[in-house]
Write a protein that binds this ligand. Structure first.
Ligand code: IMP
Length: 431
């Protein structure tokens, strides 16, 4: 098994959880490199459904070590709850979860500030998950935040530091937002108790990843969100606050480029978005509703209905290019099983003029009109297909088109929620 990075190719929710779970069977490490509890990675095993927010999706394989990387923002309250929930299900995790000391600590005031900032944006709200992500990264970037390593401080030092931080956040809450202060002492004491639970898992990522650097251990780097939500390369300002593209896999892990191995982009066979912002191929009427129902398109973190639309090849090509994908995996293919016809946006027009490529200027995307190519649906179930040759001819034609246009081999196709509902191919889908 080679090292591998799994990146969301679209606006998140591509089904990365299932893919990471499947691919992590034979690796030593699974490493989340960015984001926080805004992610909701869902894994179905038989009748059981696991939703992970902070813990890497490799955790369901006994013996796989999981590292929450330095590029993450970690809410210790959520992390404790997630670990306890896994243990309640009989999954032993405590000795194989590791947390990078340089990861940013997300505090309750970050969540409160996230909510208040969103309220203040009114009609221009981003539609964040409310998990405090933006404010926590802001503290990191302005060099004022705490880090996970701080949980290893002596209790009184940690408590003092936490109180200082909370009081300074309270100042902001009252002066800028006219909001109630948070109980500094209570929260600081809770953090000290949490530290006893979490501190034994905090490590130096440079040290624990020595085997990966030397090539004696393998790693799967798990991206959260997706390329179009990247703070630099996504549909700014309607993005998350981290680098969900390939650069984040380096800065968020402490690994060097040559350790990355394969780079797999995950793309849903259609497209969804949660939260606000431009979405050129969005379907607003019955067709959008049909996709939402067929795909169960409701957020794993917030339960919000996802906006649905057709596959956007202009955006997908951009994603394949900027991440340097070595392979693509198409998910939720089965959701299209009953569609009589399927569309793919192949180019954009602005004011009737063709656009040469995906625009990175956030002022242009809302003005883009997609130009579609239509495909005949296959109108047959694909959920039992396990080889490419099992797929209906029209489904293969659709995949062959995606492969050719993406410019990268499609190495996997997911045809259902379960671990087994996968078609793998080393040679792509084009015969
Ligand atoms: P935040 O990351 O909570 O600040 O939210 C910023 C934007 O990213 C919002 O539009 C969210 O809906 C979106 N977002 C954040 N995390 C995810 C995710 O895991 N899947 C899909 N969208 C996400």
């Amino acid at each position: 098994m080679e090292n591998r990075v799994v990146i969301g190719g679209q606006w998140g929710d591509e089904g990365k959880g299932k893919i990471v779970d499947t691919l992590s069977r034979d690796v030593d490490w699974v490493l989340r490199f960015q984001g926080g509890a805004n992610a909701g990675h869902t894994i179905h095993i038989g009748s059981e459904k696991h939703v992970l927010h902070l813990v890497p999706s490799g955790v369901l394989h006994e013996g796989v070590k999981c590292l929450l990387g330095g590029g993450m923002v970690i809410d210790p309250w959520s992390l404790r709850d997630e670990i306890l929930a896994l243990e309640q299900r009989g999954i032993k995790v405590r000795d194989r979860i590791f947390i990078a000391a340089n990861a940013a600590l997300l505090m309750p005031y970050h969540k409160r500030l996230d909510e208040l900032k969103e309220e203040g944006r009114k009609r221009k709200s981003i539609g964040t998950t409310g998990r405090g992500i933006g404010p926590a990264y802001l503290d990191k970037i302005q060099r004022t935040g705490m880090r996970l390593g701080d949980l290893q401080l002596p209790a009184e030092n940690l408590e003092r530091k936490a109180i200082e931080m909370i009081l300074s956040a309270n100042e902001l809450l009252s002066t800028h937002y006219d909001a109630e202060p948070l109980p500094s002492r209570v929260l600081a004491e809770e953090l000290v108790v949490l530290a006893q639970f979490i501190a034994p898992m905090v490590v130096n990522p440079y040290e624990v990843l020595k085997g990966v650097r030397q090539g004696t251990e393998t790693v799967l780097l798990e991206g959260a969100q997706g390329t179009l939500l990247d703070i630099d390369h996504g549909t700014y300002p309607y993005v998350t606050s981290s680098n969900s593209t390939i650069g984040g896999a380096l800065t968020g892990s402490s690994l060097a480029p040559r350790s990355l191995g394969e780079i797999n982009g995950i793309f849903k066979a259609y497209l969804t978005r949660v939260g606000n912002g431009p979405f050129p191929t969005e379907l607003l009427g019955d067709q959008g509703e049909a996709l939402r129902e067929a795909g169960g398109e409701y957020g794993a973190t917030t339960g919000r209905a996802r906006r649905c639309g057709w596959f956007d090849m202009v955006a997908a090509r951009y994603s394949a290019d900027i991440n340097g994908l070595t392979g693509a995996i198409i998910t939720k293919m089965d959701v299209l099983d009953s569609m009589p016809s399927i569309q793919v946006a192949t180019s954009y027009e602005v004011d009737g003029e063709p656009l040469p490529c995906y625009p990175v200027d956030g002022n242009i995307l809302p003005r883009c009109r997609p130009v579609y190519r239509e495909f005949k649906g296959w109108e047959k179930p694909t959920t039992e297909c396990r080889r490419l040759t099992d797929l209906p001819a029209n489904a293969r034609k659709y995949l062959e088109f995606l492969e050719a246009e993406l410019g990268t081999l499609i190495v996997g196709v997911s045809v259902g929620k379960d671990r087994e509902q996968m078609i793998w191919t080393n040679t792509g889908v084009t015969t």
